[in-house]
Each structure stands twice: as C-alpha cells, then as structure tokens.
Design a protein around this ligand. Structure first.
Ligand code: NAD
Length: 338
C-alpha cells in the first residue's frame, strides 16, 4: 500500500517562501518517482503573523503540526524587542521536545572550503541552555540571563550523539566551557562521560568552545560528531557551514522522541527578500533529512545525488557559490537531475 505522509510546510518570511517553495518543487519531483505520497499542508508562521494574530505561531498552525508526520520550516525573522514573541523554531523545539538539533557540514564538489574532506555533524542540545529565554533586568543597566543545564537533557542529547557516532566514524568531541562554567558545564560533561561508558568503541575527546572555534578553522577534517550545549552549538554550526563553503548549503534536523522538524541553518536574510538570489540548497537538504527521518532513504538519496551532480557540473552556481544563477535556476537544475 502506498504510504502517505502529512507534512506541514511553514514558508516563513524574508527569503523563507522562496527557499521553501523550491524544496517543495524538489520533493514533488521525487514523489512522482517514489512509492509514497506527500500530503503537504501550509501553515502560517513568522513575524508577518504578529499584527494579525498577536503571535508568530498561530494556534491553527500548531494544530496542523500536532496532526502531522513532520514539519518543513522555512526561515523566519525574530523580532528583537523585549517582550516580542520568541522565535518560532525555539517554541516548536520546546513544545515537541525536539531535544537534538543535528547539523551536518561537509565539503561539496566544486565548492570552495577551507580544507578538503570535511564531514562532520554538530549535535546541539536544543531545549535549554541560554535559549531558556529567562532574562531579567535587575536594575537599570544590569541584566541577567539564565543558562539552564539539566542532567536529563544532557543525557538525552549525549545518547543521541553517541548513537550517531556509532553509525559514522566513531569519533565524538564534546564541547564546553567547563573551566569557567563549572556547575552548568560540569553537569553536561558528567552526562557525556556517563553515556560514554555504554559506547566503548567511540573515541572521545573534548574541547573548550573557544578552542573549538579555532580548531574548526585549523583542522575541521579531524572531526566527526561534535556535541554541545545550545548556544555553543548554534555558533559552531554556522561557523562549520561557512568553513565548508556557504551557509546556503547547511541544513538542520530537530529531532525528538515523536516528531521531527527540518529547516535550513540560516535565517531569513531579509535584505535578499524576493530577489531570487539566495541558495535554496540548505532548505532542500533539510527536505532530504526529512525524507531520511520518515524512512524514505532511497528518495532522500535521489535528491542528494541530484544536488551533488549539479554542484559537480558547476554550470549553475548561485551567488554564494561564486556564480550568477538565480535560486529558481539551481532548483530547476536539481529537478531536472531527479
Ligand atoms: P541569516 O542567516 O538570515 O543571514 C546572514 C547572511 O548569510 C545573509 O546576509 C547572507 O549573506 C547569508 N545567507 C543566509 N542564507 C543564505 C542562503 N540561502 N544563500 C546564500 N546566502 C545566505 O542571519 P541573520 O542576518 O543573523 O538573521 C536574519 C533573521 O533571521 C533574524 O531575524 C534572525 O532572528 C532570523 N533567524 C532565523 C532562524 C530560523 O528561522 N531558524 C535562524 C537564524 C536566524
């Protein structure tokens, strides 16, 4: 029997709609060649919803997501004023307890990267840390933010990272700032060491976050799985994406026990809105990760190979890759390969 997956697509704002539409075009192309159906429902979310709904994630959208198999989320602008709704991604990660943010970074053919042969995955704790959003103004000019680290969340993300390392090169690096944040990163470090006892085959080492940012420039090819807390993971995954060529290629999966949400690592890049200039591959790769999560590994591989073929040929290159092609041109080239 043909399987049907209900997917909620959130186009978001800024460059979100164009990169999400590109991804859906690619997903529909592979669907035609596969033995499954995608029932794609569109939900409204993003900064543009705030004037109408008073929130960037309307209840109707949340209900759609609750009844779906996965969410494909385009990037969205998050207002920075105090009191504004928190980021949609952060809200969804919390509501669905999407505790692991998985961000692969690898060298691509014909794409300039700092070093050849980079193939690493940043696994970022996704529900707590400095993204608790708990901030207070103690007195004018003095503010505090709570960096919440729990043993429970640290154990979960560590277990996820070790399992991933077992499927890859069996090397795990945990990143922290335990020399300064002795209590919070002490909890995180202890959790990693506790899980390590279950995976004796995995080679384990650790880095302070400052040294990790330097090592990612100096010898990124040395790393396999890098696991860390929320903010550190956000920072090093952007860095790793650029080290391998462009933020326009990097995708992320947000994985929980019962749900997965998939998005590009980059944001809404508002200055490029409606210019058909940015690279849709990051979001298309998020679609690849979504198919993989749903168990449609052949379809995921078909899209990934199409992307690799297009990059290898080097005829259609977007601006971030040193070319002049429009976003729709690279999407069409990928669809043609499929
Ligand atoms: P950004 O990732 O949107 O853009 C930074 C720069 O990266 C861009 O100016 C552009 O040069 C480059 N870039 C990004 N995407 C690209 C693509 N697909 N192709 C080519 N180049 C690309 O980061 P920002 O400027 O810090 O944030 C803009 C907005 O996005 C903010 O409101 C922020 O809160 C939001 N944001 C949202 C998410 C999310 O939805 N998950 C993630 C990060 C940032």
């Amino acid at each position: 029997m043909t399987k049907t997956y209900t997917i909620v697509a959130l186009k978001g704002d800024g460059i979100g709609p164009e990169v999400t539409e590109a991804t859906i075009k690619v997903l529909e192309a592979v669907e035609k060649k596969s033995n499954f159906k995608l029932d794609i429902l569109y939900g409204e979310a993003g900064a543009h919803c705030i004037p109408q709904y008073g929130t960037n994630l309307p209840q109707e959208t949340l209900e759609l997501i609750k009844n779906s198999n996965a969410c494909l989320k385009g990037p969205m602008t998050t207002p920075e004023e105090a009191g504004a709704p928190v980021s949609v991604a952060v809200t969804l990660r919390r509501i669905f307890n999407l505790y692991a943010n998985v961000r692969p970074c690898r060298t691509y053919p014909n794409v300039n990267s700092i070093k050849p042969n980079i193939d690493l995955v940043v696994v970022r704790e996704n529900t707590e840390g400095l993204y608790s959003g708990a901030e207070a103004l103690l007195t004018p000019g003095v503010g505090i933010a709570l960096r919440i680290i729990t043993k429970e969340a640290s154990l979960k993300v560590a277990e996820f990272a070790f399992k991933l390392a077992m499927q890859r090169k069996k090397h795990l690096t945990y990143i922290h700032k335990g020399n300064i944040l002795r209590i919070t990163d002490g909890i995180f470090k202890d959790a990693v060491k506790e899980i390590q006892t279950k995976y004796p085959e995995v080679e384990v080492d650790d880095l302070h976050i400052d040294a990790a940012t330097m090592q990612l420039i100096k010898q990124p090819e040395k790393y396999d799985v890098m696991v860390t807390t929320n903010l550190f993971g956000d920072i090093i995954s952007d860095e790793a994406a650029q080290v391998t060529g462009s933020l326009g290629l990097a995708a992320g999966a947000n994985i929980g026990e019962n749900y997965g949400m998939f998005e590009p690592v980059h944001g809404s890049a508002p200055k490029y809105t409606n210019m058909n200039r940015v690279n849709p591959i990051a979001t298309i790769m998020a679609g690849v990760m979504m198919l993989d999560y749903l168990g449609e590994k052949t379809a995921a591989k078909i899209i990934e190979n199409a992307i690799l073929n297009v990059l290898e040929e080097g005829k259609v290159r977007t601006h971030d890759l040193g070319g002049q092609a429009k976003g729709t041109e690279i999407t069409d080239a990928i669809v043609a390969k499929i």
